[in-house]
Design a protein around this ligand. Structure first.
Ligand SMILES: Nc1ncnc2c1ncn2[C@@H]1O[C@H](COP(=O)(O)OP(=O)(O)O)[C@@H](O)[C@H]1O
Ligand SMILES: [Mg+2]
Length: 501
């Protein structure tokens, strides 16, 4: 099978103009392959960093890159979108983009697609299942509600308000709720019922307060009775509650699992004081009231069944729709957690399965304004915990086909460990020699000649210098080809700055 080529941009002249478009009669679709900068799909199987100052065309280039990944490969993409740049990514730009495409030699700008028509692009794009997750979704099938399954959040994200001495109690409290949630998921799946996990967990903690550990254990054993819960043979819709070994080892493993969760709950409960219990549940209810936390087994089960029926290829998380930073962090942490668990689970299953049945595809997690989420110096537990999640993906993601694409204007404000693992790098316009110098060191660009790198200081909008596997191990200059989906985040209109109101 021939490898697909991602069309990322246009070849440049020595004066940094897109060569093909200098002829005023040029039309999109009529170029030859030699006018285009194309990269083989296998070359993107690594982490990527796109670095440039604001306004240089990073998000536009990112949009282009994303479109090419989705139409030329089978990969999935998840975009953590801080500026609502991708809020309309399901819409294709109007036909004018193709019909009127031209390069403005004076402004040194132009939106230059490479297909001959909108229809040609739309034929591919309309086949891609897309969902834009936002806090208050408009009534359109492309949008979905951001819903975080409470047990999947990392507890460090809410531990900053608690004295360091008490943080381990908070950890035990979350472990307790996780164990109850897991047991409840099993029971609800077998008995086709539902329950709300915060109430359910509170109920059992109350038993501990009025009795002791033995009271709690007895109540858990009665409520989550193994004999009662053994799933019917071949029950398909139970699959999502199993870990792979549960499926492989069958009934014995299953009862061990239930007993193990009961043991975890009883042990964790011993370490939870009442003040921490109150803090934990009031935090959870606060997020629940804000509408982003899911705590109902029925709802999460429906959501999982639905998402496995229609595997989305592009998921955009509209971060500005979430009220504050802590809600955004919770959402991101939960997404990273779910993805991590998913790729590991699928990897495990594929190890025991037939190679022909292995239909896993690579996943890209795309992070614009990445310095806000993966900072050089975390200021609190929440930032630290999120950075650890990203570090885990950077270090081990490749094995599971999980890759990061980072975009930032401040390489020096990004975690150096993470930046150093990005083999594919793109530099666009940089405004100062000091940023250039730090980018050079942090991105490991020493082997690229100075005169080449220094061009970044003079880049007009849309020019990029690619380095790494996607530039065949060397470096490659390009003019970013047009993003063909609708750009969401809008700048203020220029005339508002220049015309008196
Ligand atoms: N290659 C390009 N051709 C034409 N216009 C572009 C190009 N790249 C970016 N632009 C435009 O320039 C503006 C800034 O681009 P953007 O990608 O938002 O920059 P950044 O993310 O670096 O701040 C946007 O209005 C965008 O449409
Ligand atoms: Mg941007």
């Amino acid at each position: 099978m021939t490898e697909s080529q991602l069309v990322l941009g246009w070849e440049l002249t020595p004066t940094l103009e897109p060569r093909y478009w200098l002829d005023i009669n040029s039309k999109s679709g009529h170029q030859s392959d030699l006018d285009l900068v194309r990269v083989p799909s296998s070359s993107i199987a690594t982490h990527t960093a796109i670095i440039a100052q604001s306004g240089s065309g990073k998000s536009f280039f990112l949009g282009r890159f994303l479109e090419e990944i989705l139409i030329k490969t089978k990969c999935r993409c998840i975009v953590l979108d801080p500026n609502a740049d991708f809020k309309k990514v399901h819409e294709v730009a109007s036909a004018q983009l193709w019909e009127d495409a031209s390069y403005d030699i004076l402004k040194r700008k132009g939106k230059l697609p490479h297909e001959s028509s909108r229809d040609e692009f739309n034929a591919d794009w309309s086949k891609i299942p897309i969902r834009i997750f936002t806090a208050k979704p408009p009534p359109h099938s492309a949008y979905g509600q951001i819903q975080i399954w409470w047990p999947s959040i990392g507890i460090d994200l809410i531990s900053d308000d608690v004295e360091p001495m008490l943080r381990s109690e908070l950890y035990h409290c979350h472990r307790f709720v996780n164990a109850i949630a897991h047991l409840s998921e099993i029971r609800c799946a077998v008995k086709k019922t539902s329950c709300e996990i915060l109430n359910e967990s509170s109920k059992f903690l109350n038993l501990l307060r009025t009795g002791n550990s033995d009271t709690l254990r007895a109540a858990l054993q009665a409520d989550f009775n193994v004999a009662d819960l053994t799933p019917p043979k071949g029950a398909k819709d139970l699959d999502w509650i199993y870990e792979p070994y549960g499926q492989l080892f069958g009934k014995i493993m299953f009862s061990q699992k239930v007993n193990n969760r009961i043991q975890v709950a009883v042990t964790a409960a011993k370490y939870i004081s009442e003040p921490i219990e109150n803090f934990y549940f009031s935090k959870a209810r606060e997020f629940h009231a804000a509408g982003i936390i899911e705590t109902s087994i029925h709802n999460v089960r429906e959501a999982r069944l639905k998402s496995s029926a229609l595997p989305l290829r592009l998921e955009v998380i509209d971060l500005p729709s979430l009220q504050d930073r802590s809600a955004r962090f919770l959402a991101i942490s939960s997404i990273l957690n779910n993805e991590w668990e998913r790729v590991r689970r699928e990897w495990n299953i594929s190890l025991h399965g037939n190679p022909q049945d292995d239909n896993r595809v690579p996943t890209f997690i795309i992070i614009d304004e990445a310095h806000n989420l993966i900072p050089h110096t975390p200021r609190n537990n929440a930032e630290n915990s999120l950075r650890e999640q990203f570090r885990r993906i950077i270090a081990e993601g490749r094995k599971y086909g999980l890759f990061l694409i980072l975009v930032s204007q401040r390489p020096d404000k990004l975690d150096p460990l993470i930046v150093s693992e990005c083999e594919n790098r793109a530099l666009m316009k940089l405004n100062s020699s000091s940023v250039l110098t730090s980018a050079r060191t942090l991105l490991g660009l020493d082997e690229i000649p100075s005169r080449m790198i220094e061009k970044c200081l003079e880049f007009p909008t849309g020019r990029a210098l690619l380095v790494g596997p996607w530039a065949n191990g060397g470096s490659k200059l390009l003019f970013s080809a047009a993003r063909r989906t609708v750009e969401g985040g809008r700048d203020l209109r220029p005339e508002y700055w220049s015309i008196p109101y």
